[in-house]
Design a protein around this ligand. Structure first.
Ligand code: B12
Length: 146
């Protein structure tokens, strides 16, 4: 059974290129992808994850306001009683001088994995396969940093 992942850009952010590339890579890797598109609200992510019985929610943010946009997100996921992996990636902080600090901050907010804007989609796919215990069709060669 293919696993379903929800993908979207949170908040007022309108950067669409990254999630379009991610969507194509995830589909090619065998995932069912529900792409919410840009400017998606927390409620839209949660509702889609519930409706689709999703295995993972992938949040993208490029414009530097991810931390504000993600406040309370994991509380909403818990209220909806969803057992779902959550990843976030992109340009998560303004400047992003010290990504390890940014990663810690978003882990504290509840995300299972946090990726920077240099992330190759194959790395996210390798992480999903590992976390969802999906055997790769070929030996996995991509290191996972998230
Ligand atoms: C094109 C662009 C725009 C276009 C967007 C067009 C569109 N509809 O997509 C326009 C001109 C509209 C725009 C507007 C703005 N932009 Co702009 N934009 C860019 C730019 C040049 C390229 C983005 C892009 O398409 N990259 C190509 C894709 C393939 O890469 P990506 O988006 O990074 O996605 C990859 C990874 O990040 C990762 N990834 C992304 N999300 C996720 C999620 C997960 C879970 C995972 C695993 C991985 C992952 O995988 C993707 C695929 O490889 C970047 C600078 C840059 N070089 O990145 C600035 C940039 C993102 N923009 C920026 C800013 C500030 C803005 C504005 C706020 C400017 C303004 N004051 O109006 C507005 C915001 C408007 C809005 N409401 O969103 C800043 C953000 C600063 C920050 N975060 O610190 C950047 C970094 C420019 C800069 N150096 O200052 N922008």
């Amino acid at each position: 059974m293919p696993k379903t992942v929800i993908l979207g850009v949170i908040g007022s952010d309108a950067h669409v290129v990254g999630i379009t590339i991610l969507e194509q890579a995830l589909q090619a890797a065998g995932f069912d992808v529900v792409n919410l598109g840009v400017q998606s609200s927390q409620a839209e992510f949660v509702e889609a994850a519930r409706r689709e019985d999703a295995s993972a929610v992938l949040v993208s943010s490029l414009y530097g306001h991810a931390e504000q946009d993600c406040q309370g997100f994991h509380e909403k996921i818990a209220e909806a009683d969803l057992d779902v992996l959550t990843y976030i990636g992109g340009n998560l902080a303004v400047g992003q001088d010290d990504f390890e600090q940014t990663r810690r901050r978003f882990r504290e907010l509840g995300f299972d994995r946090v990726f920077d804007s240099e992330t190759d989609p194959e790395e996210a796919i390798a992480a999903l396969r590992r976390d969802l215990q999906i055997a790769p069709t070929e030996p996995e060669t991509v290191p996972v940093r998230g």
